[in-house]
Design a protein around this ligand. Structure first.
Ligand SMILES: Nc1ncnc2c1ncn2[C@@H]1O[C@H](COP(=O)(O)OP(=O)(O)OP(=O)(O)O)[C@@H](O)[C@H]1O
Length: 728
């Protein structure tokens, strides 16, 4: 895949202090060779350039540099070749110098602007026109402080009150939870024989994650305020099975659970009876099926069907996919499909299928389009692998240090990646000890607040983080896709996708954590140059993203003097130029590299995170493999984004071995025996907490400090990906 990092070659001066004389001579000789080879570079290096010109180069030289790029899907951007690195007398005294050299071109994003599918969120219809119990209406008005219905509520509630099964699709943050909770509560409080706690479940709500279970429970609890005889309850793992059993024995009338946890209880507890069940609700229905929960859903449906035949079934999701339709086939009876369409569409077709009989999605999942909140601005930035880490850090600093009250969610592809970046940022950008540690920025910001959430954390801490971030006005939450679905985290202003999602549906859900219920929000997707075509893939699903140039993100580093290199440190006022930005980015990268290289243990920790990244990268579904393929990764460059100065030598072997033993995700798409291992991996992210042998991250005194303490779990890489749709 990739050779050892060429940073040693790029900066012989820096390393001459550390290298023996012979090695240094060798490095210089090799450097000369590379410099000379820019005249006739090897194929692989032809398009490797710096994005910020430090010194003008001749047109001829520039043209030569870009020779051979005409066959690419995206035309190469004409950048000058930087030669300033050769000007060693003026270099700031930093060890890291190769960030802007030998990078692939950043391609122009040629994409057609598509018209996104839009929905109208609110209606002017008040809740009292639904004929609900007056106490329920007053609870909605006074406790929830809501007066008019959203579009999906206006369409769904009457249908569900009629007793029909339904399949409900509306954009993220449009109020689907109340769309099913209101009819559920209305119907239970109206039952002729008053519900007893000991009756057991009348309603079963299945959700994919524990946090969503808690959130839905909270909503139900609020609605039930006037109807105290109806008891809601949540089963979500993390709690001792014994105490959950005890609660089940006492009786839960509205039971909210993750599928895995419910199956555990169905199999091991004699206290769940579904004979009185009236409602079965699948929230985030496509996710529940995608996660390899099919077996669990079968167990649940068998248990439910054995005891109760007549009930209402509801499936909800912002992304109606083939998966939902399959689940609809097995669980819905003569259902109504509810889909909120955009106003213009409605006006053109007044009798359009706002409420219609269920039919499959038009052209398969691949071409299916989903509605995106109108007030959501979507951006993309294309960043060479070596610059990813500094770019992410700069973006976080820009938004959360230099702007007020910004709340950001950053998505990563695995638990290990979350842990790694959380610890790294905490120790370098924030500084947890009060005194600057090795690799920590001198002016580490107290305005920054980092939290992390993933499926490999202890439930207690998971819940605490979820609550803290929910109630916080600012902060950065680093997370896996465990936070992508359904979570209603108020006032999130930015969503950053550091690793691209594995499907458009997951993209929609991730960005849907902002711009909820008519609020404004923004998102940023960070892609490598080789991944730029993903923008077209999004466009084919009617998803529009506008580009932010990497330079504009890195520019923020000029606002903080702690990133000054030696040269700029001596000058009082200097117009911000590309060279200064380059050097400041290099200072920041050096902070990360110094931290990572301050002990063997940290180096090993970064390598494990890199390994996890590569494993996750190998799991993109087949239809995206032409964009995300491990073969297109330059290991040396990617290593830089983990603060590593060299590409780990034995990583390939380790990764291969591990993959062979456990993962081999491509095989999963072939529905071979590996399908089960994928299900296990995905399940670990959304686990019920009852599986044996799952190592959880415990809160540490100094979170993320790998030296001298029990290692963060990122040192024991449990495969645990927050990926999207993979099982078909
Ligand atoms: N009628 C309403 N008026 C005002 N706010 C509402 C109304 N209905 C719901 N909300 C609020 O809108 C927010 C989003 O609701 P909800 O979480 O149910 O969205 P959703 O459609 O389920 O989103 P997702 O697809 O992401 O799961 C919540 O904060 C909820 O309290």
């Amino acid at each position: 895949m990739a050779a050892a990092d060429d940073s040693l070659l790029d900066n012989p001066r820096t390393f001459s202090r550390r290298l023996p004389a012979q090695a240094s001579r060798q490095a210089n000789a090799t450097k000369r060779k590379y410099q000379a080879s820019s005249e006739a570079p090897p194929v692989k290096r032809r398009n490797e350039t710096s994005f910020l010109p430090a010194k003008k180069t001749s047109v001829k030289e520039t043209q030569r540099t870009f020779e051979g790029n005409t066959q690419k899907a995206f035309s190469a951007k004409k950048h000058s070749v930087s030669t300033s690195d050769g000007n060693q007398g003026e270099r700031p005294c930093v060890k890291t110098s190769s960030l802007f050299k030998n990078n692939p071109d950043i391609p122009e994003l040629h994409r057609s602007v598509v018209k996104q599918v839009q929905e109208k969120v609110f209606t002017s219809a008040p809740f009292h026109e639904l004929g609900l119990h007056p106490h329920l209406i007053s609870t909605i008005n006074t406790v929830l402080k809501m007066s008019s219905m959203t579009s999906v509520q206006k369409q769904s509630i009457p249908v569900l009150l009629e007793g029909r099964d339904a399949l409900v699709r509306s954009q993220t943050g449009s109020g689907k939870t109340l769309a099913y909770c209101i009819p559920v509560v209305q119907s239970l409080q109206a039952m002729k024989s008053k519900i007893q706690r000991s009756d057991g479940p009348y309603v079963l709500v299945l959700v994919p994650t524990r946090e969503l279970a808690l959130q839905s429970f909270d909503t139900v609890q609020k609605l039930l305020k006037p109807f105290t005889w109806i008891v809601p309850g949540v089963l979500m793992g993390g709690e001792k099975r014994k105490s959950e059993k005890a609660r089940l024995r006492k009786g839960i009338n509205i039971l909210i659970s993750t599928p895995g946890r419910l199956v555990d209880h169905i199999k091991s507890t004699k206290n769940i009876h579904f004979s009185r069940l009236r409602w079965l609700v699948f929230d985030e229905a496509d996710r529940i099926l995608d996660l390899g929960f099919e077996k669990d859903i079968t167990v649940i449906l068998n248990a439910v069907n054995a005891e109760c035949q007549k009930r209402q079934n509801v499936l909800l999701s912002a992304t109606l996919t083939e998966g939902v339709t399959r689940l609809a086939d097995i669980s819905l009876h003569d259902p109504v499909s509810i889909s909120v369409l955009d106003e213009s569409h409605d006006q053109l077709n007044p009798k359009d299928k706002v409420v219609q009989e269920v039919c499959p999605p038009p052209a398969g999942d691949e071409l299916y389009s989903f509605a995106i909140p109108e007030s959501l601005e979507q951006h993309v930035t294309v960043v060479p692998s070596k610059l990813r880490l500094v770019c992410l850090a700069a973006f976080i600093l820009q938004k959360c240090k230099f702007e007020k009250d910004q709340k950001m969610v950053v998505f990563f592809s695995s638990c290990e990646l979350v842990e790694f970046h959380y610890s790294l940022f905490l120790q370098t950008l924030l500084g947890s000890s009060g005194t600057p540690a090795s690799g920590q920025l001198p002016s580490a910001s107290t305005r920054l607040k980092f939290l992390r959430l993933h499926g490999n954390m202890e439930q207690e801490e998971r819940t605490a983080v979820f609550q803290e971030f929910s109630h916080s006005r600012r902060g950065v939450l680093l997370c896996t896709d465990v936070a992508a679905r359904g979570l209603d985290l108020p006032q999130v202003t930015w969503i950053v996708q550091y690793n691209a999602p594995s499907s458009p549906a997951e993209y929609i859900h991730r960005i849907g954590r902002t711009a909820r219920i008519g609020c404004h929000g923004s998102s940023l997707l960070i892609l490598a140059p080789s991944e730029a075509e993903y923008v077209n893939s999004l466009a084919s699903h009617k998803i529009n993203v506008s580009e932010i140039k990497m330079e504009d993100i890195l520019c923020v580093l000029t606002r903080d003097d702690c990133f000054k290199g030696k040269r700029w440190g001596t000058q009082k006022s200097h117009a911000v130029g590309p060279q200064e930005i380059r050097e400041r980015a290099t200072v920041l990268q050096t902070v990360f590299e110094d931290y990572v290289h301050s002990s063997e243990r940290r180096v090993s920790w970064a390598k494990k995170a890199l390994q996890s990244f590569i494993r996750a990268y190998a799991t993109y579904p087949r239809e995206l493999k032409h964009i995300f393929h491990v073969r297109s990764l330059h290991l040396g460059h990617v290593a830089k984004s983990f603060g590593l100065r060299d590409a780990p030598r034995n990583l390939n072997a380790l990764t291969r071995k591990k993959r062979k033993a456990n993962l081999k995700r491509p095989g999963l798409h072939k529905k071979t025996q590996n399908k089960h291992s994928l299900a296990e991996i995905l399940r670990s992210e959304y686990s019920s907490g009852m599986e044996p042998g799952v190592t959880k991250v415990r809160q540490q005194n100094v979170p993320g400090e790998p030296g001298g303490r029990p290692l963060p779990h990122s040192l024991q890489p449990t495969p645990c990906f927050g990926r999207g749709k993979t099982l078909k």
